[in-house]
Each structure stands twice: as C-alpha cells, then as structure tokens.
Design a protein. Structure first.
Length: 309
C-alpha cells in the first residue's frame, strides 16, 4: 500500500472479505483510512463493519502488530493471535484461581432455592444473581446458596456482591464491566487474595482486552443473540464475532451468553467456547430439572459433533 487510493481499495476488500463479522448498527459505511498503514486500513474496515470505535482501535492495533510479526499485510486473516492484542497467555502470580476450561451448561439463577435445585439436577456451573439493596438479605441469600450446593459437583458464582461473597467463603464471583469500574486497586487485590474465582462479562474487543489484563478465571462473551432480560450496552454480537473472540481467547475458559437456547447449541459449539449461560431456558421451563438435563445432553452431543468437523 503506497497511497491513499490503494489503502481505500484494501479497506473495502477487507470489509468485504470479513462481512460475516459486520453488524447493521454502529457502522460508518464511508470510513476511510487516514494513511496507508495496516492500522489505519483495519480501523476504517472495522468501522465499516460496525465495530464501535474502541473495538475498531483494538482490531487496528492488532492488525498492525500482526503485519509486523509476519512481515506482510494479509487482508484475509482477521487477527486472532493473543500477542497481537497484547494479551498474556501464561499465568502469573497475579492471575485469579483457575476455573475448569469447559464450564459446561451455566445457569444464572435468581435465588438460593433455584441454585439448589439446579445443582442437584447436575448442572456443573450455577450463578446466584440476587438483586437487592438490603445487605442483610444479600448475605443471607449468598450463605443459603453456598449451603445449597454442598454435596453436589456444582461450582457457584455470586453475581455482583463480591464483598459479601468473600465473607461467606464463596467459590467464585462474577462481575460486569460496571462492577470493575467501581473496584479500586486495593479492592481488586483483596478479591484476588480471597482465593475466589472471578468471571467477567465482556461485549467486544476493548472489554475483552481490559478483562484479560487482570487474568480472570473465565470470560463471558455476549450478548450473542437478542435478549430482553437486561439492557445491553452493545447490540447482539452474533455467531461470527463469537467465533473470532473464541479464537483469540482460546487460552481462557469462555462462556457464551445472551438469548441462547437448545436450537443454538450446534452453532455455539462450533465456535470453540467451552460453556454457555442460560436464564429463561431453565427458569422459564415447565419442568426445569428436565430442561437442565436436556440442555446438558444436547451440549454434549453438539460438542461431539463439532469435534468431528
């Protein structure tokens, strides 16, 4: 690429070749590279594909690094090497405790009673998402949920209430990006020192890179499909982006989340993620225990089929 006209042509080519990653929202269909560097071309192409500016900047930097590492600008190879995104794949003494690489069917549940039911039904991973501003009620529910999984093989994560989770001796905590914003360095050090596993929600490249910087136990990727359960900061990412994220974060346990039901499992398994999270597919089922068993069987079958492709 020696001039802006050639750079613009490459931008268009790149966007066309990776059209499957495109979303109809947040697009800048006329984005043009400011110069002929791989970073400028990739940023413009990513904006044409609907990546928000922060994510497009991550992609641009990664493509620049990929080009320098390989000695060429390859428009056909969407970056997926951890080094090109500045990610550390080797565990350090600052990493949170490891979680199973495949967390399996992951149920997000509203109270301790639900947690106990699904743990006894055999689900490998459960999360208590108890919404209350009453600190005493939160502490009671967390304690009850921890007791509810005793004698089962389920791993329990507590959503949001990390201090109460530490006090109760919880196995793990799950935090969103807003929760991370509220943590001071001292809070993060305290959470790490507690021995709790940590899961973090992400919605794109910039948040993934940020989450990786603290080396969590797992990363949740979403929302994959439309969901009405909560207002999402970004539109549904879709399967193609989920696959790209999974290739980049293949060293990390991953959980796909957002609008997922049994019909999606073959495609979800093809992306390489080791887990998917559900809410209403279980809590909204007429027979929740049977729904949980069916999801586990369907997931095993989907993974087996994906392994043969």
């Amino acid at each position: 690429m020696t001039d802006l006209s050639a750079a613009l042509s490459t931008t268009k080519t790149l966007a066309t070749q990776h059209a499957a990653l495109g979303l109809p929202s947040n697009t800048d269909p006329t984005a043009q590279p400011k110069d002929a560097s791989p970073a400028a071309v990739a940023f413009a192409a990513a904006r044409r594909l609907g990546f928000i500016p922060a994510d497009a900047a991550c992609v641009a930097q990664a493509w620049q690094r990929q080009s320098e590492r390989t000695g060429q600008f390859d428009a056909s190879h969407w970056p997926d090497h951890p080094d090109d995104f500045g990610l550390q794949t080797q565990r350090s003494d600052q990493a949170f405790p490891a979680a199973p690489h495949a967390l399996g069917v992951y149920a997000v549940l509203p109270d301790a009673q639900w947690v106990g039911r699904m743990a006894r039904a055999g689900l490998p991973t459960v999360q208590l998402r108890f919404k209350s501003s009453d600190g005493a009620a939160v502490q009671r529910e967390i304690t009850a949920a921890i007791e509810a999984v005793q004698g089962t093989d389920a791993h329990l994560y507590i959503n949001d209430h990390w201090e109460a989770a530490i006090e109760a001796g919880a196995y793990g905590v799950h935090l969103g990006q807003e929760d991370l914003d509220l943590l001071s360095p001292a809070d993060l050090a305290r959470l790490r020192a507690s021995g709790c596993r940590l899961g973090v929600s992400t919605h794109g490249y910039a948040e993934m890179v940020r989450a990786e910087s603290i080396q969590p136990s797992y990363i949740a990727l979403g929302a994959v499909f439309p969901t009405t359960l909560k207002a999402m900061p970004t539109p549904p990412q879709g399967l193609a982006r989920l696959g790209a994220y999974a290739r980049l974060l293949r060293h990390r346990p991953l959980v796909a989340i957002g609008g997922i039901d049994a019909s999606h499992l073959p495609a979800i398994a093809q992306t390489g993620v080791g887990s998917f999270a559900v809410v209403r597919a279980i809590t909204g089922a007429e027979q929740p225990e049977e729904a949980a068993q069916a999801l586990m069987m369907a997931w095993e079958q989907a993974k087996a089929t994906a392994a043969t492709v």
